[in-house]
Design a binder for this molecule. Structure first.
Ligand code: ATP
Ligand code: MG
Length: 427
């Protein structure tokens, strides 16, 4: 790097500036509160895991493992990976701490995930997910619960533009029958498939349903339908889920081409999609993963969960919301006398003890300059400590957003007087 060049953030990894974090915090509060209302508890796992965890869970022949993982060798020669998603970590932690043995668990998590994709709107290399994992229940009641929880999230956030699509991948044997039929069909159209799909044709043809290539999608229009491979029990389970969603007044569409980009899914899968974000239409995706716990060394445990992309969710929130004013303090401390900073510290703490947000003038300056800063800060009142106030044991309070007069009050009455003015102003 040449001298004078600025160091920039890594491509596809974003800073969230103070003008954005207010909205993020508001959304995060809703996520936490809604998850809590259904009995989900937070779990926090490391951002880095052993690479094996992802090979064994997400699957070797998936976009994520083949092309998107940030994998490196540490100084001990261990292969480690920045997590591309958190379900595998939740299961690993559950197994490792004995939380899944003869027990049920409702977890939620949020945090950064890493995938080396082509950055574009709604698709980044560091992005954030909120997710829930329900371990120990075979469904479909719990499947309905996490879908209903998701719907409450969107409703609480004021988003109405997401639609639910559901599907079931059936049992292993249903999938095997379907896989063979699909492979035979696609093999007859192999020249029209994209390269990735051609490569996956023999080992993992189901993944081709998830292809974003238009030519491949055109071939898929005539492909066999998974539904016709499901047995009666599987169809009954799927229709029970639909009954539960209907009882909760949740609209959905059955999309029999919906598969997920990770190998660990079994049974019910679903996606919340929107037409408001251009190409990046999936806001939240999930389903059952009944074999993953065992695959990662635990006792067989049925499970279901979803992961929601926070950048996309927050873009949707922004579309339906007027801009929030940036956080403003209630009081600005104007400190002009020599030694006024000492009073400022003491008054500032008294006001904050009373629950008020206080900005203190730092860096000195004339009365005029400090009053200008007070105005620009958006604060409701200025509390002024000058020479007169110091010698008389008083403070001056000047309303900045209303026409009231400047008051001079004894220092001990400061908090009470400020509160009075703020209460009047808010009427
Ligand atoms: P897509 O088809 O958009 O690549 P995906 O199937 O890879 O999504 P999942 O692994 O199911 O996505 O992750 C769940 C959610 O996380 C997605 O629905 C999306 O909202 C979000 N997400 C996934 N990858 C990214 C990314 N690179 N940048 C931003 N959000 C993402
Ligand atoms: Mg993807």
């Amino acid at each position: 790097m040449a001298f004078g060049d600025n160091v920039r953030a890594v491509r596809g990894m974003n800073d969230l500036l103070p003008s954005q974090t207010a909205r993020w915090q508001r959304v995060e509060t809703v996520l936490r509160e809604v998850a809590g209302r259904y009995g989900y508890q937070e779990i926090r796992t490391p951002v880095i895991e052993r690479s094996d965890l992802f090979y064994r869970s997400i699957g070797e022949q998936t976009d994520i493992v083949e092309k998107e993982m940030y994998t490196f060798t540490d100084n001990n020669g261990d292969s480690l990976t920045l997590r591309p998603e958190a379900t595998a970590s939740c299961v690993r932690a559950g197994n490792e701490h004995g939380l899944l043995h003869n027990q049920t668990q409702r977890f939620w998590y949020t945090g950064p995930m890493f995938r080396h994709e082509r950055p574009q709107k709604g698709r980044y290399r560091q992005f954030h997910q909120f997710g829930v994992e329900a371990l120990g229940w075979p469904g479909p009641d719990i499947d309905a619960e996490i879908i209903i929880l998701g719907e409450r999230l969107w409703r609480t956030l004021g988003i109405s533009s997401v639609n639910l699509e559901i599907n079931t991948l059936g049992s292993a044997s249903a999938r095997a029958g379907f896989r063979d039929a699909l492979r035979d069909y696609l093999a007859a159209h192999v020249d029209a498939l994209d390269g990735d799909s051609q490569r996956r044709l023999q080992r993992n043809p189901l993944r081709i349903l998830d292809s974003k290539d238009e030519g491949t999608q055109a071939v898929l229009v005539g492909a066999p339908d998974l539904m016709s491979f499901l047995n009666d029990t599987e169809l009954a389970e799927f229709s029970r889920l639909q009954g539960l969603l209907t009882a909760a007044k949740i609209n959905f569409k059955v999309n029999s081409r919906l598969v997920r980009g990770l190998d660990y899914y079994t049974g019910v899968v679903f996606e919340w999609v929107t037409d408001q974000l251009g190409a990046q239409s999936a806001v939240c995706a999930g389903g059952r993963y009944d074999t993953l716990v065992e695959q990662l060394g635990g006792t067989p445990t049925p499970a279901a969960g979803f992961a929601c992309g926070l950048e996309r969710l927050i873009d949707l929130v922004a579309l339906s919301e007027v801009d929030l004013p940036s956080a403003r303090a209630e009081v600005f401390l104007v400190l002009v006398a020599a030694g006024a900073e000492e009073f400022g510290v003491s008054y500032g703490e008294q006001l904050r003890d009373a629950g008020l947000d206080v900005l203190s003038n730092c860096g000195q300056g004339s009365l005029k300059k400090q009053m200008r800063r007070a105005d620009a800060s958006g604060a409701e009142v200025a509390v002024i400590v000058g020479d007169d106030e110091r010698s008389q044991g008083t403070v001056s309070i000047k309303p900045l957003r209303s026409q009231g007069p400047q008051l001079s009050v004894p220092a001990h009455a400061l908090v009470e007087e400020v509160q009075k003015i703020l209460a009047n102003d808010s009427h």
